[in-house]
Design a protein around this ligand. Structure first.
Ligand code: ZN
Length: 336
């Protein structure tokens, strides 16, 4: 039997044992990235969560929903973005007509290289994960589910006013993501199409050229010590771009939070809907705990309030996102 020198065996093993993320991290080390102090502010992002919550539930057809839509539109305009509000009427699972507002804002609208940032800004119309029957019909604040992704995107929008980012960014704040039936009412099936009514409408009536090179969805990202896994649809739709983002997170020291674990996805979300109609590679940042097979523990509960949103989690995601956006042109070779 031929014997290989031991060091060659070790080297081969090291190469073979490298995970996809390890490989991406090594690739990233070859690229020169700018990393000036990242200006993403945890306090500012947190204040955007608090502001949304202050309006009350962002449930379609309620006055609090319209007040928040107006706030988002004004805020984005004040940062110099080109803002359009797509008003739509959509029928929910039981035939009620919902007045939806998809809010779309563009940074550098003429830039040819574009990426999409996506959140939903509406909140769940019931606390259907509560076990207490009396609480189930109450309306959660949606501080994390709805509020956190939207807040991070607002903070990114705020930063673009001062920074000169060499990239076109299309911000999609979709409405009507939470429209599916309550889990306690089993007379209605939990179908994929009963959720994400805003993005489904947008797909049929797009306002922009859907030529973005990549899309990033932020949903339920602000929970305490939130960890992000490689969600199933994202792996199928945008694996390399997602790994690049995870590798950047590791580079910033957030390796405990961007986990290399492929997880299943239960339900529907806007990145799946938008990918289906546009073919844009879109990945999701979403907290998921595989051991519980569930998202953040407060999701769709009354306890999804500001006290259960962490500034540090907003900061980890926001910093990594800003790092990704400001180095986007250097990341091309790594993301392929
Ligand atoms: Zn939700």
């Amino acid at each position: 039997m031929h014997r290989y020198p031991r060091f060659i065996v070790i080297l081969c093993c090291l190469a073979a044992c490298q995970s996809d993320l390890d490989k991406k991290i090594s690739q990233l080390q070859e690229v020169e990235l700018s990393k000036p102090d990242i200006p993403f502010s945890r306090d500012s992002a947190f204040s955007f969560v608090a502001k949304q919550v202050s309006f009350g539930p962002r449930v379609p057809n309620l006055p609090s929903h319209v007040h928040c839509a107006n706030y988002l539109t004004d805020k984005l305009s004040s940062y110099g973005l080109t803002v359009e509000v797509q008003k739509a009427e959509a029928e929910n699972y039981r035939g009620d007509t919902l007045a939806l507002h998809n809010i779309i804002a563009q940074y550098n609208p003429k830039h040819k290289t574009r990426i999409a940032l996506i959140s939903h800004w509406d909140t769940r119309p019931y606390a259907d994960r509560e076990t207490d029957l009396a609480q189930q019909e109450m309306l959660p604040d949606g501080a994390n589910d709805g509020g956190s992704g939207t807040a991070i995107m607002l903070e990114i929008a705020r930063l673009t006013k001062k920074a000169d980012v060499d990239l076109g960014i299309d911000f999609f704040f979709f409405d009507g993501e939470e429209t599916g039936p309550p889990e306690y009412d089993t007379s209605y099936a939990q179908t994929m199409n009963s959720y994400c009514l805003g993005s489904q409408y947008y797909c049929k009536n797009p306002l922009l050229n859907m030529n973005q090179e990549v899309g990033i969805l932020l949903d339920i990202v602000g929970g305490n010590e939130a960890k992000y896994t490689l969600e199933h649809h994202s792996v199928n739709q945008a694996y390399q771009a997602m790994l690049t983002f995870w590798a950047l997170g590791h580079q910033l020291g957030f390796d405990q939070y961007f986990i290399e674990e492929k997880t299943r996805f239960i339900g529907n979300d806007d990145h799946v809907v938008l990918h289906k109609c546009s073919k844009i590679p879109i990945f999701a940042l979403i907290e998921y705990d595989a051991t519980r097979q569930s998202y953040n523990t407060h999701q769709h509960k009354i306890s999804d309030n500001i006290e259960n949103v962490s500034k540090e989690s907003l900061y980890r995601v926001g910093c990594t996102l800003w790092h990704y956006l400001t180095n986007y042109s250097s990341l091309h070779n790594v993301s392929e």
